[in-house]
Design a protein around this ligand. Sequence first.
Ligand code: PEP
Ligand code: MN
Length: 343
Amino acid sequence: MMIVMKPTATEEDILSVIDRIESCGAKAHPSRGEEVTVIGAVGDREHVQRLNLEQHAGVEQVVPILKPYKLSSRQFAAHGERTVIEIDGRLIGGDHFSMIAGPCTVESRDQTLTTAHAVAEAGASMFRGGAYKPRSSPYSFQGLGQEGLRILAEAKAQTGLPIVTELMDARDVEAILEVADVIQVGARNMQNYPLLAEIGRTGKPVLIKRGLSSTLEELLMAAEYVLKEGNPNVMLCERGIRTFETAYRFTLDIMAIPMLKELSHLPVIVDPSHAPGRRDMVLPLSLAAAAAGADGIIVEVHPNPEEAICDGPQQIYSDAFGAYLEQVERAAAVAGKVLSAAA
Ligand code: PEP
Ligand code: MN
């Protein structure tokens, strides 16, 4: 429910409405605008309804949030504001465009540091790389684990780029927290609800990738699990979904960008690497995503993709990254966004 207060409502009225909401076990989220205060009430709908808040002093009206997701809904952002997340001086969301770049997987110190320096010099906003990898086969390389995290920490120390890395198992959360500036939740874990709640309790920024066969509503419900624990720093990521088309691995759902922005106030990031699974399609998909208003891109980059252990054919060459970024920046400018860099 959204409780819209009258412009004449006093501070006492507002505090009293908050008290009433919390008395029934719901949580109150006040948002103070220039003219009016709006209070989101999230909890058992019937309990809140029974409070008869319409009758309360200073209340203008009570409007239900019709979507099953509440905190992630656009309606919840009472004054139309969008979530802008700050990570080490870089802003994500709003008028800012983030370029998150790096290898699929941390394979070695040399491969990781070479890539980190290349993308940092070209102007990337953050560095990505997996230490724990979700592989379709249990016989494939599963990532360097703790050793991979140590290499990522070194990449950050040398370049200053914030680190985006995947958490697959809640038992690794402490280790990941020491290194990650953004926790990535992989497509295969989008509906791992205990993992999402655990990340919610850490307060660490999180990038949630859309499941291979998940609807936008399911993605927003995943975000809700994190938000509900009090962590507002959530980014949504479109990375391609399963369709009947077999010409490419996944279909990148460009329409998800404007749709998610209509449904939610959270930043929307696009992964142009995993849908095609081919390097030559990464640029056109990146341009499309940036021009369609994405708040950023997470792209795979490798110094020598022929020798990559994982996702080689889709990783762009680190020495071509600068030219790639320049083109994507121009497409982002079409949508009114400026590349996010350290302040
Ligand atoms: C990745 O980013 O390397 C990855 C495994 O992505 P996804 O979870 O989208 O498949
Ligand atoms: Mn990958």
